[in-house]
Design a protein around this ligand. Structure first.
Ligand code: PAN
Ligand code: ZN
Length: 185
């Protein structure tokens, strides 16, 4: 009975940490990112068990529920495979028109975006930067700094993730370090 009850918060978002009873955690190692980096030889020389990123999420609705919202924090480790920065797998949403907010919490990186015509562009991510990702736009984050890059995200609980398309076709450009600076190529 919640009528007239005064409740203490059970969920905390402090700095770049998400804490609470129903927070779930998932991890991606380099081994989970097979096929996404260009330099396959360099990828083959790296330890498959090395942690690339972890995601803390609060998923208060059943996956697929229309009208609900999910919240997550991604912590992406620094590093490169050859000249390509560590990055998230990237995806379109399964329900294509579902949008999302990302915002930078810590570290430096780039949000790589690609529309349905395969135009690809990047937005610099810094602590406090806010990024609106419209529906129909694939999204992935790269860590261009020397420390951890963390960002928060909020997306609809019926958005879903279409990873297959990016796994098969990739983005139409990659963020590569050239003479010490990141370039989309
Ligand atoms: C984010 C991402 C998270 C990890 O919560 O799922 O940053 O990236 P990948 O899912 O591409 O591995 C989000 O965009 N949710 O929709
Ligand atoms: Zn998303």
């Amino acid at each position: 009975m919640k009528h007239k009850a005064i409740l203490s918060p059970g969920l905390f978002f402090i700095g770049d940490e998400l804490k609470g009873e129903n927070v779930s955690k998932s991890q991606r190692t380099l081994g989970d990112l097979a096929g996404i980096f260009e330099d396959q030889a360099a990828y083959g020389r790296m330890p498959a068990e090395q942690l690339a990123y972890e995601v803390y999420s609060y998923l208060p609705e059943r996956e697929g529920t229309p009208g609900g919202l999910y919240f997550g924090i991604t912590r992406l480790y620094p590093g490169k495979v050859g000249n390509e920065y560590f990055m998230t797998k990237g995806h379109f949403h399964r329900l294509e028109d579902r949008a999302e907010y990302y915002w930078g919490l810590e570290g430096e990186g780039m949000l790589i975006l690609m529309d349905r015509e395969r135009n690809t562009w990047a937005e610099r991510m810094v602590p406090g930067s806010l990024h609106y990702i419209p529906g129909g736009v694939a999204h992935r984050v790269t860590n261009t700094g020397s420390g951890i890059l963390s960002f928060a995200a909020c997306w609809p609980s019926d958005a879903g993730h279409n990873y297959e398309e990016i796994a098969n076709e990739g983005f139409s450009a990659r963020l590569i370090e050239e003479n010490g600076t990141p370039k989309l190529r």
